[in-house]
Design a protein. Structure first.
Length: 436
């Protein structure tokens, strides 16, 4: 039975098309910089927003019209949703999806019952993957919705909650592995604090590290070789989350010896919540070899929370693709739409408009970034800007052979530095506009 009977498989019709249910730029087989768009972008649909989002907010009731969903937490409803999800993803032509354990299967009255529910739904997910060829980009565990996690999961002051979270993550990694997932995400939903007076920060962060080492050990023991990804977020729901931003995550990863096992999944709206641009976070992660995957969305300039909107801004997608192309791609990670339609966009067709728009915006970002790179307009400028380090005293600084004493005698003799050159920010901003 079709749940989107009026909607065909979304075709690529090219930039001239006026068909809202067609791609204008995402042409999966089109080759850019030697790889198909499909391979570059590795689009993923997220289960939570797209198939579990109800449109409720702190001020209002659910608004979404989802004729296939009976609104219950029954296993039957969950199993039926698998068909809906795969019909949607297949019609959209996205190669990947991802989920939290509790998005796909209902929480039971005990851990055993929850695990059994998850097994039943996972069996159906596996069938659907085999039937459609859609693959799992990543799995994760929801360690933030249930009241047991009110004080956190791995950082909870309650050791039993830590144990429960460990059991839940163990199972979620196993299911991810069984479904051929190539990554596993840790977003520390409530791993942080609301108040410092009641919090032993050192103990909580140590516990988080112990948790991660157990996860690494377990992954090894079952032969899961996918990448673990931390997803930085500075706040919401807690006042301060330990995985604040890429820099805080990398400090944690290195301090606790996790650098061989954990990379980062960078999300736009989390970057901006932390007071950074997405390009900053991507660059920071990438320059150290830790950019594993991205959660593609965007916030609202005038709203201060994680609005998780679909990305349509071409500057944003161009900047993302500049960093991604620069590091040679994201694989085995991908571009996951951790984004939700507005509660006012309540019809099923809005899910298509949203994803088509996001995919087209990234496809354009890819083409624009490739054109900028082909002409070398940014790279040539930046290379030249630092050229004083290519010879003379700069080269000595770079290769580590200079000392303070040597630099002092150099400058005493020279008297003053060579004059600075213009940063040309306005020129470069104008140049980028030429490519849009
Ligand atoms: C919430 C996060 C979450 C993660 C997965 O803000 O973005 O959705 O991506 O747990
Ligand atoms: Ni988010
Ligand atoms: Ni996310």
């Amino acid at each position: 039975m079709s749940h989107f009977a009026d909607i065909p498989k979304i075709p690529y019709e090219g930039p001239g098309s006026k068909n809202p249910l067609a791609f204008k730029h995402y042409n999966a087989d089109e080759v850019v910089e030697g790889k198909s768009m499909r391979e570059h972008l590795r689009f993923s649909v997220c289960y939570w927003h797209t198939f579990r989002g109800t449109g409720s907010d702190p001020f209002g009731a659910p608004t979404m019209v989802r004729p296939w969903d009976d609104g219950s937490e029954s296993l039957e409803n969950a199993l039926n949703r698998v068909d809906v999800a795969f019909e949607f993803i297949d019609k959209l032509g996205a190669p990947y999806y991802c989920f939290h354990d509790r998005d796909v299967a209902p929480e039971g009255s005990s851990l055993a019952e929850s695990n059994a529910n998850l097994d039943k739904v996972a069996a159906k997910l596996k069938e659907a993957q085999q039937r459609t060829g859609i693959e799992l980009l990543w799995g994760t565990a929801n360690l933030f919705s249930h009241p047991r996690y009110m004080h956190g999961a791995a950082t909870s002051p309650n050791a039993d909650v830590f144990a429960y979270a460990a059991a839940q993550v163990k199972k979620a990694i196993e299911v991810t592995h069984d479904l051929g997932g190539t990554n596993y995400v840790f977003w520390g939903g409530r791993e942080g604090y609301m108040n410092s007076y009641n919090t032993d920060m050192k103990r909580e962060v140590d516990h988080l590290a112990k948790f991660m080492h157990m996860a690494v050990e377990h992954a090894k023991s079952i032969g899961f070789t996918g990448t673990f990804l931390f997803e930085p977020k500075p706040k919401e729901p807690t006042k301060h989350q330990y995985d604040y931003d890429a820099a805080a995550c990398l400090n944690f990863i290195r301090s606790y010896g996790l650098e061989d096992y954990v990379k980062l999944n960078i999300e736009t709206n989390h970057a901006t919540l932390a007071g950074h641009t997405m390009m900053h976070e991507l660059t920071y992660a990438s320059m150290q070899g830790f950019l594993g995957s991205i959660d593609a969305n965007t916030g609202d300039l005038l709203l201060g929370w994680d609005t998780d909107q679909f990305p349509t801004d071409l500057y944003l997608t161009t900047q993302c693709m500049l960093v991604i192309l620069n590091q040679g791609g994201l694989a085995p990670g991908g571009v996951n739409f951790d984004a939700k339609v507005r509660r006012e966009s309540f019809e099923p067709v809005d899910l298509f408009h949203a994803h088509i728009g996001g995919m087209d915006a990234f496809a354009r970002g890819l083409k624009i970034a490739a054109a900028i790179r082909a002409d070398g307009v940014l790279s040539d400028f930046v290379k030249d800007r630092y050229s004083s380090y290519d010879s003379g005293v700069g080269k000595k600084i770079d290769d580590g052979s200079a000392s303070f004493a040597e630099l002092e005698s150099y400058m005493l003799e020279k008297g003053n530095p060579d004059p600075n050159q213009s940063g040309r920010q306005e020129l470069l901003e104008n140049v980028i506009n030429e490519y849009l």
